[in-house]
Design a protein. Structure first.
Length: 290
């Protein structure tokens, strides 16, 4: 075949990566709000705070106005890249096949990068104010953290997290709620009698040995979670409470490099970032992870 890399290769490879990202990429992007942006930052939402209605005590009284609180949340992009070299054009033809390790590695790398941004946003500082220059909002560990208690994940901890979300006025019937667990914490939950006995918490959904739903939480298995000392920090959240912004979802370049003896470079780039949208929509469960 010709040694020249045609535009069709780039387009076919991009389509392959897009397909793989949908099936085996980010585990968390479907569990958060999403949006597309341009520029140095994005404002995913203007938040309106709660107000109180006044009881009308007298007839023909002057109108009293409420000062409605409003705050902007901002998300900023971070650039991620993945690249590898293909030593001949024949090999390039084969990596358009989505079963090839090159294509799978590229898709998985970008997916993990998105998840990394989302995981960091759960308990990180959220940017507020005009252009994100206001005082950052830190995660409220006083009201929205479940203590470790010297044990791994238990149903009692899930009950406490559930209560904290309800107390923060989340609509447990209309929003979608998620919980990230690693392998150790999932195994600990399976050992808890309350988790598998419907007399305690109703019937959990278990598929091929994996708890996929319990107490209204959809479980997502993810090993790349934040830790502190011997504890792992499990996030449970409302979908409406976290946002993933995308500036450049997929950019694919395939070109021959003279400095690499004309080997073909496969290059992928994406720009995205995430933020917590509202205090009280994310709860942290500390769990002993040893």
């Amino acid at each position: 075949m010709s040694q020249q890399i045609t535009e069709s290769f780039t387009q076919q490879y991009k389509q392959t990566i897009e397909m793989l990202l949908q099936t085996m990429g980010s585990k968390l992007s479907g569990a958060v709000m999403t949006g597309s942006y341009t520029g140095i930052g994005g404002r995913p939402v203007n938040q309106i705070g709660p107000v109180v209605a006044r009881r009308l005590e007298t007839r023909h009284a002057d109108t009293q106005y409420s000062d409605t609180p409003q705050v902007s949340r901002w998300v900023e992009p971070f650039d991620y890249v993945w690249a590898d070299l293909v030593d001949n054009a024949d090999k390039l033809r084969t990596i358009i096949d989505p079963t090839d390790a090159y294509a799978q590695n590229g898709a998985l790398a970008l997916g993990r990068a998105k998840d990394s941004e989302i995981v960091g946003s759960f308990f990180g500082s959220a940017k507020l104010g005009a252009n994100g220059t206001g005082t950052p909002e830190t995660f409220d560990t006083t009201n929205f953290q479940v203590a470790e208690g010297g044990v791994a994940l238990t149903v009692d901890k899930l009950k406490t997290a559930h209560q904290k979300l309800m107390s923060a006025k989340n609509d447990m019937n209309r929003d979608q709620f998620y919980l990230c667990v690693n392998g150790k914490q999932h195994a600990a939950l399976l050992r808890d009698t309350q988790a598998i006995n419907r007399d305690y918490v109703g019937a959990p959904v278990i598929v091929e040995g994996m708890i996929t739903k319990i107490m209204g939480f959809n479980l997502i298995h993810l090993e790349e979670l934040l830790t502190t000392g011997s504890d792992v920090r499990l996030p449970c959240w409302a979908k409406s409470g976290v946002h993933l912004g995308t500036w450049n979802d997929i950019e694919t370049k395939i070109e021959q490099l003279p400095t690499k003896n004309y080997s073909t470079q496969v290059f992928l780039r994406g720009s995205f970032g995430a933020t917590r949208l509202q205090q009280g929509k994310v709860v942290e469960i500390l769990c002993l992870n040893t």
